[in-house]
Design a protein around this ligand. Sequence first.
Ligand SMILES: [Zn+2]
Length: 340
Amino acid sequence: MPETTPDRYSRQILFKQIGAEGQGKLARARIVIVGCGATGSVLASLLARAGVGTIRIVDRDYVEPSNLQRQSLFDESDARDSVPKAVAAARQIARFNSEIVVEPHVADLVPKNVDTLVGEVDLILDGTDNFETRYLINDYAVKNSLPWIYCAAVGSYAVTMNILPGETACLACIFPESPRGTIETCETAGILNSAVNLVASIAATEALKLLVGARSNMRRTLLSWDLWTNEEAEVAAVVPRAGCRTCGERVFPHLAGEGRPHITLCGRNSVQIHERERPIDFAEISTRLEPLGNVRHNDFVLKFWREPYELTLFPDGRAIIKGTTDTAIARSLYARYIGS
Ligand SMILES: [Zn+2]
C-alpha cells in the first residue's frame, strides 16, 4: 500500500472520538460492500475518503443512464460503455484515494461464492436491493459472528439497522419472512437520491464506530424515515427475538441456497440468469451473433440487441436479459443465443 499523504485525514483525526489511533484502525480495517448502486456508491465513497484500508466491492450489474440520478460514483461515460458498477466504482475511488486497496468483484452474491466474496472482513455493508441477498448475508454473518449493516431506500423512505451477532437482533428477528410482494420497489415507487444519501451516511458513521472500536456508541434500533412526510420511527433491536430461527436456532437455509430462482432486478424489466457458469469468449460469441442483431463488447460485458430484448453477458456466463420478466422466455433466449 502506498504511503499516506500527510494531512489527508487531519480533519478526521481532529475529531477526538477517532483520533490518530482510530485512523490507524481504519487503515487496517477490511470491509465489503455488497451491491454498489445508489446506497453502495455513497457507502464506498464516504468510507474510502475516510481511509478504510481495504474495501471489497461486489456488484452484479453495469452502469446505465437511469442510475446517474443517484449513483454518485458513476458518470456518463460509464453508462455509455456499460461498465460494471464494481469496476467503475474502483476506478472512481482511485481518483480521490489511491492510498487504499479496493477490490472490485463483478459477481452476484450467491451461496457458493459467499465465503470468498464476504469472508475475512471486519464488517459487511448492505448496498443491495433485495431481501434474498440480505437473508444470505444475514445467515452468513450470524453463522460467522460478523457484524453487518442493513440499509434500504425506496421512494422517500429509508431504513437501516446494525446487526451485531451475539448482541443485537438480526434481520430475521425483525423480518422473519421476506416482505417481498408487500413493499414497493424502486421500480414502482421511484427513489429520491437524498433518501439514499441519508441512509448511507448514517450507516457509514455506524461503520466508523465499529471499525474504531466504539461499539457501545452504535445504534441498537431499526431506524426509518420518510423524508417527504417527515415521519420517523425506531424499533428496538437491542436483543435477539426469542425463538428467531436464524440467530436463536442457528438454522441457515439461505446458505444452502434454498429458494433461489432467477432474479428479477430492481428498477428494470429484466431477468438475470446465473445458473450456467461457463467461461465465455466474447470475440467468438460476437462473431456468431453479428448476423442476428446489434452486438458489441468490451473487456467486461457483451451486449446484444434483438428487439424487443437486450442481452448483457458477463465473462463468467452470467447474463441479464432486459425486455421481459418471464424467466422461461429469458431462459430460452439465453439457450438460443449463448447456448444451453
Ligand atoms: Zn435473529
